[in-house]
Ligand binder design. Structure first.
Ligand SMILES: [Zn+2]
Length: 172
């Protein structure tokens, strides 16, 4: 469950349109699977991606702020691990496998297949799914459990195409 945080949901600093609509599906998926990981974008206040630091995005998901908290409707009892990414000024945080220990956590538990949803399809979800494939996991993207930012129209569709070409299974 990628980055289902207040700042990425309606009313947040970097809201994904209808972003909160992914939550019901994610809760269902989480209840069906034995191991569940929630990720958080978890930035220092001077993160390089912020416009005031010369980056592309408004300030979002600053660690230990309400905007960085997981959405309250995400059912916590299902979550086995919370992974924080983008935790240093320079770390991008798009691929939640990068510098987080997530791969080791999954390998130690003999996981070979991962199901991915969350926010946003054309950024962290895409990069995390590609990261899973690069590390040899069978990877399933759940379209009903993700939404795109679509900064450029069609970004979400292009992300799906890219994922399919990388060997990611696309499910509902
Ligand atoms: Zn971020």
């Amino acid at each position: 469950m990628v980055d289902v945080q207040n700042d990425f949901c309606p009313g947040g600093a970097l809201a994904v349109e209808q972003g909160d609509e992914v939550i019901d599906k994610l809760n269902l998926l989480a209840a069906e699977h034995e191991l569940v990981v929630a990720t958080r974008d978890w930035h220092p206040s001077d993160h390089h991606s912020f416009q005031e630091s010369g980056g592309e995005w408004p300030v979002h998901c600053v660690r230990d702020t309400p905007g960085a908290e997981l959405h309250r409707d995400l059912e916590r009892e299902n979550i086995d691990l919370v992974v924080d990414a983008g935790t240093t000024r320079e770390a991008p945080g798009f691929d939640k496998f990068e510098d987080t220990g997530l791969e080791d956590f999954l390998r130690e538990r003999d996981v070979d297949r991962v199901h991915i949803g969350g926010l946003a399809l054309d950024y962290c979800v895409k990069h995390t799914a590609l990261g899973a494939r690069q590390r040899g996991f069978e990877t399933v993207l759940h379209l009903g459990a993700t939404r795109a930012v679509d900064v450029e129209p069609g970004d979400g569709e292009r992300a799906i195409k890219e994922l399919r070409e990388a060997g990611v299974e696309i499910a509902d």
